[in-house]
Design a protein around this ligand. Sequence first.
Ligand code: ASP
Length: 310
Amino acid sequence: MKKYSLAIHGGAGTISKAQLTPKKELLYHEALQKALNVGKYFLENGGTALDAVEFSVRCLEDIDLFNAGKGSVFGNDGKHEMEASIMCGSTLNAGAVAGIRNVKNPIQLARMIKKNTDYVYLHGSEAENFAKINHLPFEDDEYFYTKERFEQLQAVKHSDKVILDHTDVDYKFGTVGAVALDQHGNLAAATSTGGLTNKRYGRLGDSSVIGAGTYANNETCAISCTGYGEYFIRTVVAHDVSCLMQYKGLSLQQASEIVIKDKLVKMGGEGGLIGVDAIGNIALVFNTEGMYRGYTSSKNTELTTKIYGD
Ligand code: ASP
């Protein structure tokens, strides 16, 4: 069997042992394992990196523990507006979508944009129309309601404050993502999010921005990010890692550390990324206390999942 690698994340932030009950911790590990298993199935059986990342992310979008799909946070208007993107490392084709409501799996829509249009990036009600024409599943508002997220909105609704997935005390980003190398030597990356609690004015983050939250290039790496989106856009994080590898000859780990632990920190940007390179090395780098993350590969087929710093 040729090499494959898969890594996923469920958001980074201030995640300390004191904040998670053992029961909740277990739920996160189980959810991450489930998503890893989904992607691994494709990769083990000679499937594509694109399928692996799309379906791993879809799996995380269906679990309300994460700020994507079903578990998306509430905007100031009490609605859920989601965004997602996906990129293929062999063709450099990409699909992205933002500002959409009620679409069950935004990553599926991003993939469909990549596949069925000449466009890269669609937004809003017209993107929803495109999803309808292509018979993608929709869900009503009730499906996206979670008590915890609703309470998070109530805590800040009447202020200008936006929060990243949780309150300041439990400060974390629940965006989800996946990166993969398949047995054909192709890389792919996918990211999906509900954005920021209490966001207004059509605010968009990095998760749907190709080059910022998501990037894949067979010559270098596949990257999916999570963190304070404004900083990730300004630093063009995912593409920056790829450039450091391509033009400076850095390893995936070195490049990721420079961007996440140096450049972003100097600007005040919190978050992390997952990456895989063309020979299957995996990087899981963050400047926050923790990051929900997991990985597996042909070299070590076990599923490893982690939450806190090493
Ligand atoms: N990056 C996302 C955003 O800014 C948030 C996250 O990673 O949870 O919308």
